[in-house]
Design a protein around this ligand. Structure first.
Ligand code: TMP
Length: 215
């Protein structure tokens, strides 16, 4: 008999929203409950995807145009779906991804102003019919979030600033944030959580999972 399909859960949010911390706490919670899961991130999640991530985020690649950026994020996603996400959820696991296609609509759509319908078409090619069952959108004011995020990236890229995306203007980050909030209004699978102390956000995430999936 085929395994029951697992759940696909993604975390989204502007820079410095605390996604990675919440992903880690959720994994600890699932491990304690002995629930089988896999965790990953975008861009990245596979060997090929991590190489694409390096190109995308390296501040040296300042000449990259918006369409190249869109196609690289989508290429990383296509590999991620093929190698990891599809096999994991088909075998009944919970798959958690730190960012997925909502990020492309928010950053390349609302941020870079690429036509949203065009992004949806390219995303459809990459995702092969797989959509998140639940999206956590962690909302934060970019004035607070971007500076937090840059501090982390300074060590990775040995720069005084952040990665290539973090170095965008505050207007860009405001457009991304507002885009995320607009997308959330149009999609019933999104749970928006306002910036709050780590444990409070974690409890809201657990409560949502209990209500939605009984886990
Ligand atoms: P993060 O892993 O630190 O969140 O960094 C990923 C960066 O890439 C972040 O600035 C958001 C950006 N991004 C896009 O612009 N489009 C996408 O489709 C994805 C997945 C991420």
């Amino acid at each position: 008999m085929a395994a029951k399909r697992g759940y696909f859960i993604t975390f989204e949010g502007a820079e410095g929203s605390g996604k990675s911390t919440q992903v880690k706490l959720l994994c600890e919670y699932l491990a304690k409950k002995k629930i089988d899961y896999e965790v990953s991130r975008e861009p990245g999640g596979t060997d090929i995807g991590e190489q694409i991530r390096e190109i995308l985020l390296n501040p040296k690649n300042s000449k990259m145009c918006a369409v190249t950026e869109l196609l690289l994020y989508s290429a990383s996603r296509s590999q991620h779906i093929y190698e990891r996400i599809k096999p994991a959820i088909e075998s009944g696991k919970i798959f958690i991804s730190d960012r997925f296609s909502f990020a492309t609509l928010a950053y390349q759509g609302y941020g870079r102003k690429i036509d949203l319908e065009l992004i949806k078409k390219i995303t459809d090619i990459a995702v092969q019919g797989i959509e998140p069952d639940l999206i956590f959108l962690l909302d934060i004011d970019p004035l607070v979030g971007v500076n937090k995020a840059k501090i982390k990236s300074q060590a990775i890229y040995a720069t005084e600033n952040g990665d290539r995306l973090e170095n965008e203007s505050i207007e860009f980050h405001n457009d991304v944030r507002n885009g995320y909030l607009e997308l959330a209004c149009q999609n019933h699978n999104v749970k928006v959580i306002e910036y709050a102390p780590i444990e409070i956000v974690h409890q809201q995430i657990i409560k949502t999972l209990e209500q939605k999936f009984g886990i």
